[in-house]
Design a binder for this molecule. Structure first.
Ligand code: FES
Length: 258
């Protein structure tokens, strides 16, 4: 008997598992991250303790030039990079717009036409404002790589205590943070395309061997992109919070001096 090729009905694909745990978690953590970022960026003017500099405040391009928080002048680049990231787009479309809420889960009818990404008659995908801005991701990627370089320099500087070599808990946090941020940034889909996307044959392309090696590295990170995306979000907050607590004298930094 020939197998049926017709599409499965909604009843066929109704899921019995707790599919809502993932979008609920995403919504909760992204909301918390958004509120924390707002708090640290808007209500303070610095987050530095001796050799430690918070990643929210680096690079220090506007320090001393404005009465407003200098973080306000740079935050939109890393924020824009994350907000337009292909992985985060999937995550927050599901979590905040239920569009769709999960694989094989139908979009709620009341949202289908009301949600900005909803599949009502006015559905425009990412071709209209505000979601057309997601197409800026490939350009923001270049700036994000620049931020990674700056944060590696900050991590290096965190080894120097008043001109002497040292290693504190803050140094460890800054290092862990930049390692995961690097893993997140260099696993970017746009970077993977840049490195190997336009090449049909690596052995025929200029610098093909090196490009193939780079593409394999980026592909390894890319396959773990969501893991790096989440861990780097938490290391970012942990580093910022730790330095702020040091700055306000709430805790002390255990460290070794050499
Ligand atoms: S796709 Fe996630 S950072 Fe580019």
């Amino acid at each position: 008997m020939a197998a049926s090729l017709s599409s499965p009905s909604a009843a066929d694909v109704r899921r019995q598992d707790r599919w809502w745990v993932y979008p609920a978690n995403v919504a909760a953590w992204l909301t918390l991250f958004g509120l924390y970022s707002l708090w640290t960026i808007v209500f303070f003017h610095s987050d530095q303790f001796h050799q430690y500099l918070s990643p929210f405040y680096s690079p220090q391009v506007a320090v001393g030039r404005t009465p407003a928080s200098p973080a306000l002048f740079i935050f939109y680049i890393p924020l824009g990079f994350r907000a337009t990231c292909y992985y985060y787009r999937k995550a927050y479309y599901r979590a905040f717009f239920a569009d769709p809420p999960g694989c094989a889960i139908r979009e709620p009818q009341f949202l289908a036409s009301a949600s900005p990404t909803g599949r009502g008659s006015a559905y425009r995908g990412e071709s209209r404002l505000p979601f057309v801005l997601n197409n800026l991701h490939r350009f923001l990627m270049y700036f994000a790589v620049g931020f990674v370089v700056v944060l590696w320099i900050d991590a290096y500087n965190s080894f120097w205590y008043h001109g002497h070599l040292g290693f504190g808990l803050g140094t460890a946090l800054m290092l862990v943070n930049i390692v995961f941020l690097t893993g997140y940034t260099f696993g970017c889909h746009s970077l993977r395309h840049l490195v190997g996307g336009g090449v049909d044959c690596f052995s025929c392309a200029l610098g093909g061997r090196q490009r193939h090696r780079a593409w394999k590295g980026v592909s390894w990170l890319n396959a773990r992109h969501s893991t790096f995306a989440w861990i780097s979000l938490f290391t970012l907050i942990a580093t910022d919070l730790y330095i702020r607590l040091l700055q306000y004298g709430v805790i002390h930094d255990p460290h070794l001096g050499f």
